[in-house]
Design a protein around this ligand. Sequence first.
Ligand SMILES: NC(=O)c1ccc[n+]([C@@H]2O[C@H](COP(=O)([O-])OP(=O)(O)OC[C@H]3O[C@@H](n4cnc5c(N)ncnc54)[C@H](OP(=O)(O)O)[C@@H]3O)[C@@H](O)[C@H]2O)c1
Length: 296
Amino acid sequence: MSFRIVVTGVSGQVGGSLMALPPIPGVTFVPAGRGVLDLARPRGLAAALAALAPDAVVNCAAHTAVDRAESEAPLAFAVNAEAAGELAAACAARGAPMVQLSTDYVFDGSKTGAWTRTDAVAPLGVYGASKEAGERAVRAACPKHLIFRTSWVYAARGRNFVRTMLRLGADRDELRVVADQTGCPTAAPDLAAALAALAPRLARGDDLPWGTWHLAGREATTWHGFAEAIFDCAAPVWGRRPAVLPIATAEYPTATPRPRNSALDSAETERALGVEARSWRDALPPIVAEILAQED
Ligand SMILES: NC(=O)c1ccc[n+]([C@@H]2O[C@H](COP(=O)([O-])OP(=O)(O)OC[C@H]3O[C@@H](n4cnc5c(N)ncnc54)[C@H](OP(=O)(O)O)[C@@H]3O)[C@@H](O)[C@H]2O)c1
């Protein structure tokens, strides 16, 4: 019998990357998109999940529109917190582990240096607050949980900074990019590979170090530094390179404030669980190449 891992958010960056991985013997990833499990309606989730007979759940679905969440707080909390808690409770009732993705935006950005998993959370906006509430809901409902906080996720598909930069940079000679926010860009395929590496251990019923962990690309940078690296990759293909002017956050106002420094320290995760995400510098070039190939 194959171990059934129900995956939500399969149309998103991380869930989509997980479903695109080569098969793992003894493990079946069961895709559960919005039509199967609608996280905006948390109450119906337990029954809908039971119908999928999960042995574990990886919840990659989330209300991820950070600025829109400010005007859609009830929806953000339903999807990111209440639904996560319902899925976790349904897992616990079956003795199944629950893997939940969370975010660097649970932190307020005030720390100098990378955030560790035991640092105090203090989200700045609705999105971060709803994800933090989701963490608490999962912890309370399901003892066998792994919560992975990740950050600045990018992939060849979906809504992300890399695709935005390449779209804008294709038409403009000059871009202004925020240079005073620091974080760890994380390639969705790397994150998915790390989650998949845990699947055989979940299937064996290993007693994993349940709890909250950081899983983000190694090495911190600013959005400006990240943009420079993106155009370094694109320039040989384009035969030109847009200039990237550093600006301050104050010059690029958003509906919700962003943490000044949300770099995550993932070293402990590597030691305890043996999984990691590479440096974004190594992971970025093939993803830029894939995006540029789509445009041809
Ligand atoms: N993106 C980042 O930079 C980032 C940073 C830190 C943490 N994270 C966390 O990492 C996880 C994965 O993020 P991602 O970048 O892969 O997200 P994403 O690309 O924005 O995808 C979000 C996924 O959630 C699904 N979803 C949204 N509302 C739903 C609902 N009501 N019912 C069912 N599914 C719903 C979407 O489905 P539809 O296509 O149907 O809308 C989509 O598949 C999330 O937990 C996110 O909070 C992301």
